[in-house]
Design a protein around this ligand. Structure first.
Ligand SMILES: Nc1ncnc2c1ncn2[C@@H]1O[C@H](COP(=O)(O)OP(=O)(O)OP(=O)(O)O)[C@@H](O)[C@H]1O
Ligand SMILES: [Mg+2]
Length: 292
């Protein structure tokens, strides 16, 4: 599918069940056309990861995901050597060769062969592109790792001392996501087009529920979204995202609920609210919310 305009992006993503608003569609359109990485920030559960999945589905290319975490370093993102297998290989070589006949240089060379290379997500993306590379939750990684990413995103080429340089024929489509647990560096941001994903409005969130869970009735979807949207303005420790809305609707549907009443809402709150303090607070306010 061709992403020839923001409207075309809305339609293409929509065909995978992902409902983007015009602002998001525009930045996706631009990132695609200008071959720039897309940096998405937003509250948890607002569809950042799902957007990368939808983009890969639209383009019918693999989604290669790099999940960032505290302490991640370049070898986990790029490549590693399969040490246990290298050792085994060396033992086999030794056993197969008569004493004194093993050429150390040759032996060493054979250790750094493609078959002992463990390609990690970034290397795979360079090799397999066209692909979508999702660098998920980049805010969890540290500064040093960010600098490494910047280098890769700038050149689309990495050099592996033992094997040579790997360059992407087509640069992969890159989506970076952050929950903003810390601020990213300006240098990385400068490379990217940036978009903050907000919680969807009432109408779009109902449409998302209907798109992801067609078995849930319009009426139930509206009720669930109505309450969830109010919960978001309650200053909870953890405001529910779209993920929680979907979970709640799914849970209610499973219980055979067609009409959300106060008692059922209170009983199934665990699908939406995950902190005890929040639960206490919400239970008290629930009748007001359900009336509103
Ligand atoms: N606009 C949307 N259209 C369709 N589905 C959506 C949309 N936004 C969110 N979802 C759905 O909501 C759920 C949560 O989305 P996702 O996991 O992408 O959120 P996230 O922003 O990556 O959250 P986190 O920050 O917690 O990783 C997924 O099931 C996703 O498919
Ligand atoms: Mg995510």
């Amino acid at each position: 599918m061709e992403l020839t305009s923001p409207d075309a992006v809305v339609a293409a993503l929509g065909s995978t069940g992902y409902l983007a608003d015009d602002d998001l569609a525009t930045v996706v359109y631009l990132a695609h056309g200008m071959q720039r990485p897309l940096l998405l920030e937003g509250e948890p559960g607002t569809g950042k990861t799902a957007l990368a999945e939808a983009l890969a589905a639209v383009a019918d290319v693999p989604l290669i995901r790099l999940q960032c975490y505290e302490g991640i370093d370049a070898s986990q993102a790029l490549y590693d050597w399969d040490f246990p297998r290298q050792i085994l290989h060396l033992r086999t070589l030794e056993a197969a060769t008569k004493a004194g006949e093993l050429d150390p240089n040759e032996a060493e060379k054979s250790l750094f062969d493609e078959r002992f290379l463990l390609a990690r997500p970034v290397l795979r993306a360079l090799r397999e592109s066209p692909a979508v590379l999702l660098v998920d939750e980049v805010d969890r990684a540290d500064d040093e790792f960010e600098a490494f990413l910047l280098e890769v995103l700038s050149g689309w080429s990495v050099s592996i001392p033992e094997l040579g340089t790997v360059t992407a024929g087509t640069p992969p489509t890159v989506v970076l996501t952050s929950n903003r647990t810390r601020e990213l560096h300006d240098a990385l941001k400068r490379r990217c087009l940036y978009h903050w994903i907000d919680h969807p409005g009432l109408e779009r969130e109902v449409a998302i529920v209907r798109s992801r869970l067609p078995e849930v009735s319009q009426r139930l979807a509206e009720q669930v979204v109505g309450v969830v949207q109010q919960l978001r303005s309650e200053e909870l420790l953890k405001p529910p995202g779209v993920a929680e809305t979907l979970d709640w609707a799914r849970a209610l549907h499973r219980l055979g609920v067609e009409e959300l009443d106060l008692e059922t809402a209170a009983r199934t709150l665990g699908a939406v609210v995950k902190y005890r303090e929040d639960t206490d607070r919400v239970k008290q306010a629930l009748d007001r919310m359900m009336a509103g």
